[in-house]
Design a protein. Sequence first.
Length: 75
Amino acid sequence: MPIVSKYDVNTQQRLLEEVLAVVQSEDVPADLALMTLGNAVTHVIQTRYKPEVAPKIAEQFGKVLLQSLKSESVQ
C-alpha cells in the first residue's frame, strides 16, 4: 500500500531537485553526500521533535528508507 503524503508532490519534487542540484554541482562523492544528508536528517529530528519521540521518528525514517529501496528494486 503506497504511503499517502499530506504534502504536495510538486513541492516534494522541487525540494528534492534543489538538494540534488547542490550535490551534483559540487560533484560530491556518494559517501560524503550520504554523511551530509544523514547529518541533515539528524538535525531535523533533533530540532523539530521532542527528545522523547526523536528515537521513534528516527526508527520510522529508517524503516521508510529501507522500504523505499525495496520498492525501487522491484520496479
